[in-house]
Design a protein around this ligand. Structure first.
Ligand code: HEC
Length: 154
């Protein structure tokens, strides 16, 4: 009985670790450019806070977010009224689970107000499907152009 209690305590202790993965990986792979709070640098690195949530309003937008992380992005974009024409390197080394956790962290931590009511967190399976077909950073920019038009983002 005592053993069981300890086992339960150990399992509970591990839970926050699983949830914290997205935050830790964000800090490791993304914060250098997009800022510790996803605020970006106007004109240089686009913001993710109060912005990335716009994309999940369309199914293609979920695909777009996965594609940016895995395949990178190169082309002119505008975000929160500012123009960017930089290059984001691909992070092909991230596992499906890492991509899902990082996106879920960015979306639920800094984009709550923009998420659709029926928002479903990304899963590793969804990421696996969406990264099957390889794209170039320029292809991803084209995807974004169509998406921004559809969603009326400026
Ligand atoms: C070396 C700097 C750098 C790093 C590191 C980086 N990014 Fe980016 N990211 C950029 C730049 C620059 C752009 C805009 C590219 C352009 O102008 O075409 C961008 C674009 C994006 C976009 C698209 C924004 C939009 O409005 O469409 C998302 C989402 C994003 N990054 C998320 C991430 C995440 C999550 C990570 C960590 C896995 C990350 N980035 C790591 C530089 C970086």
């Amino acid at each position: 009985m005592k053993r069981l209690v300890w086992l339960l305590i150990a399992l509970l202790a591990l839970f926050p670790l699983a949830l914290a993965d997205g935050a830790a990986d964000y800090g490791k792979f993304c914060a250098n450019c997009h800022g510790a709070a996803g605020q970006g640098t106007p004109g240089v690195f686009p913001p993710l806070a109060k912005w990335s949530g716009n994309f999940v309003k369309a199914e293609e937008g979920r695909a777009y977010l996965v594609h940016v992380l895995v395949f990178g992005l190169q082309g002119q974009i505008s975000a929160q009224g500012k123009t960017y024409s930089g290059f984001m390197p691909p992070f092909a080394q991230l596992s499906n689970g890492q991509v899902a956790d990082i996106l879920n962290y960015v979306l639920t931590e800094w984009n709550k107000d923009l998420l659709p009511k029926d928002f479903k967190p990304f899963t590793a399976d969804e990421v696996a499907k969406l990264r099957e077909k390889a794209l170039t950073p320029a292809d991803v920019a084209k995807e974004r152009q169509a998406l921004a038009k559809k969603l009326g983002l400026k």
